[in-house]
Design a protein around this ligand. Sequence first.
Ligand code: GLA
Ligand code: ZN
Length: 674
Amino acid sequence: MPETTPRGLTGLAFGGDYNPEQWPESVWQEDVRLMREAGVTMVSVGIFSWALLEPSPGVYDFAWLDRVLDLLHEGGIRVDLGTPTVAPPAWFYRAHPEALPVTEDGVRYEFGSRAAICHSNADYRAAAADITTRLAERYGDHPALAMWHVHNEYGVPVSACYCDSCAAHFRRWLAATYRTVDAVNDAWGTAFWGQRYAGFDQINPPRRTPTVGNPGQALDYRRFADATMRENFRAERDILHRLSPGVPVTTNFMTALSQCDSVDYWAWGREVDIVTNDHYLITDGRRTHVNLAMAADLTRSVAGGAPWLLLEHSTSGVNWQPRNPAKAPGQMARNSLAHVARGSDGAMFFQWRQSRRGAEKFHSAMLPHGGTETRVWREVVELGAAIDCLATVRSTRTEADVAVLWDWQSWWAQNLQWRPSEDHDPRERADAFYEALYDRHLTVDFAHPEADLSRYPLVVVPALYLMTKAAGVNLERYVDGGGTLVVSYFSGIVDEHDAVHEGAYPGPLRDVLGLTVEEFSPLLQGQSVRLAGPDGRELAADVWSEFVVPGGAETVWTYADGLPAGRPAVTRHRHGRGTAWYVSTRLGADGLDALLERAAEDAGLAPRTDLPRDVEVVRRTGESGSYLFAVNHTASDAKVPLETHGTELLTGERAAGRLAVPAGAVRVVRLDGR
Ligand code: GLA
Ligand code: ZN
């Protein structure tokens, strides 16, 4: 059995992507010396090195990598070794131009960037298996090897290829999934617009059509593309497991990035030995630390609650957004340790030494262009020391209070064309509910809609348009058993084939919510509706409204205007031993807070009025003890109540009663007696 933590690491992982091939060999010694100075414990090597390792077909040059790994090993630095299959060499594409992916418009991408891969291409598959085999044979038991890093960020920037080999592969996938073409016809509803197929050979990928194409076909193509990438991951992983037994295999995810929505990470989480994630701050004006917390919670959930590893984030600015602000002093450490609080067994960066050439030369690094006389370097060295103090946190698990349902497949379906309103964005709702829970200081686990939810007092369903019957039964069982459920509008509408559930909306949720939805009534841009509430307080909402017909549910907020004026907007239904809330419109932050305040009360979750806004408190617990992480994202000093005494690990001070957390700082208390 492969291990589930990087081999040979006793504390947390600290380091980054190391690309020595971009530098003359004379620099490598200095790299290792400075890595030691910064407290680096592991680096990721070789992710894009195929063209150097195999300079021409079948001719290999491992000597330079031998020297790099030996040097790192002498320096006591562990290696996360890449299979370079995300970057096939130029000679490969000259020989196999059809391995370049094709867009839905029929345009073939060119060589000259990275990740230009048709995952169905047989020549690519063979070449990837070959280079992986050579690496595994050579380094499978290298003493520096801590884990294997397959490929890089599957699914970006190309999420699907539409070429002829993919078409053939798609037909095989459909035949294996559905057996008969009539089953495909039924699932996709091809009776509509005369799209019926008489044989599998007539089916193509959903290439550009004059107007909207078949939604079932589009949805299945996303499943197929994801499954095809997973086939290729598995092929490499199995080679590594065979030739390098016991060494864990990972591939780096990007769980919460909306640009990377093409990968069903629930399925991927089951394939890797260690879940690893890349996270970058998206500077779109929203609170970046909330998105960071969400990404970390989602990654931990994909790992089934087990510790995971932050494999990439940035020391300061990135270079791929329209505007790339630097991180403020202290922000890097706050970011890194906030990931650790939420279950990461370390903090790694892209990249170690800032490149002088190539596309990412303006991306920050641990060792900036300016060298060691820089703020970033000093903060990196400080962070390395802090991470070293947290060694015993390794392998403990973050404790969550509530669950939020999350499903990539539902997201794929909701984002297909021709919906009631293009202003309804499921991801926006997930973010908004997450933020509202964050602001109530509740730690969130994400859960698949069919997962066991019984341990959570509160479960939130932000927008789950696609919901299987089994998921509906699961939610009903959860509420029956005493749980509190909050469901947002446009959930439970279609089944796994994007077919509307039979009967009134929301098919599988009618009973548990105690209502039906007669009609959607989306609002125009700039329009809003007012909701009249129980305590005389009015709430504002926009984007969406509905004609809700109660069937057992009580009305808590009522539409005060708009088309459904006088009808229920937010309802509450006692069902079995639990309670189910329904919200039929898009509430703003105030509204969500008012709703969650009541739902949390039903769930018996006491409000954390003792914690200031933007002071994050998270617990990790395990065999080595119980740790309280407090991250102060504000510009004022804060106090966090402690139920028991403990030792603050970063300062070594004893802590009791109220823990002082200076502005912008992080504190980690190992609680006594746990
Ligand atoms: C991704 C990639 C890295 C690098 C960083 C830059 O996460 O995996 O190779 O390009 O982005 O932010
Ligand atoms: Zn293809």
